[in-house]
Design a protein around this ligand. Structure first.
Ligand code: ATP
Ligand code: MG
Length: 247
């Protein structure tokens, strides 16, 4: 640390050096049920990081812990170097952490426009430009949209809140491959052009590793290995046999 920096300037400099999101030694779970154990993980600006692992590994729990819905019993989750522990979910969202849950959490009777108006902040990205498919149905109710259109709306709703990081749970679930590719393409585009960090839970390992910069493998609540997407791809059969029990 530069000795000339002190007070707010030092704190600002530290926040600038810190990764966007850093989990260190995180233990978390539901009441007596311990799920995450000593989890260390980082996401930098503009980076797509994938979190892989078998069913029940704790992937959703990890995302929920980052957005304040799951109790962290020890360790820290820091955003721009500042701890999020003890911060309520809506305040975490306001700080720039947007969560797109697996079930998308849309309101079936609200229209596309109404969903976006609920979370839009001044200066938000033009999501209708990003997703012309849903621009054409801005007065349609979410409950009447296809799965792919709903996923676009869920992503658009997250993006209009001007997030710095997107936590995305199982985006590809139940969608046609062509839609999935299109959504991953959009994530890559916004990560590169806006510097948004993405932490992405995905069951389709090779799909995720094709679009991510780096990845972590979680099994039994612990990070078992991590690396660049290229490294994990090259080691995948060994990783799968060692940690996922599906040799
Ligand atoms: N609300 C809850 N209360 C108690 N235990 C829970 C709760 N939600 C999840 N769990 C348990 O926590 C563990 C991790 O679940 P989690 O949903 O985080 O896994 P996951 O890796 O997302 O799995 P999947 O790939 O099936 O989505 C599981 O053993 C699960 O049964
Ligand atoms: Mg899950």
């Amino acid at each position: 640390m530069n000795a000339l920096l002190h007070g707010d300037a030092a704190a600002d400099a530290a926040a600038e050096d810190a990764p966007l999101l850093r989990l260190s030694g995180v233990n978390a779970g539901y009441g007596d049920v311990k799920v995450l154990r000593d989890v260390d993980l980082e996401v930098a600006r503009g980076e797509i990081v994938t979190l892989l692992g078998p069913n029940g590994a704790g992937k959703t729990t990890l995302l929920l812990a980052c957005s304040g819905f799951v109790n962290v019993t020890s360790g820290d989750i820091a955003f721009h170097g500042q701890s999020l522990i003890g911060t309520v979910p809506h305040a975490i969202a306001r700080r720039g952490v947007a969560h797109i849950p697996e079930d998308r959490s849309l309101w079936p009777t609200l229209t596309v426009d109404e969903h976006l108006r609920l979370t839009a902040k001044p200066g938000a990205l033009d999501v209708y430009d990003l997703f012309p498919e849903i621009a054409r149905m801005r007065h349609k109710r979410a409950g009447l949209m296809s799965g792919g259109e709903q996923q676009m709306l869920a992503m658009a709703r997250a993006l209009v809140s001007n997030p710095e990081i997107l936590l995305v749970d199982e985006m590809s679930m139940g969608l046609a491959p062509v839609i999935v590719e299109r959504l991953f393409g959009t994530l890559e585009e916004i990560a590169a052009s806006q510097g948004i960090g993405v932490l992405l839970v995905e069951q389709h390992v090779h799909l995720a590793l094709r679009h991510a910069t780096r990845g972590y493998v979680l099994a039994g609540g612990r990070i078992r290995t991590s690396g660049t997407a290229a490294e994990l791809n090259a080691r995948w059969s060994e990783v799968r046999a060692s940690y996922l029990g599906t040799s």
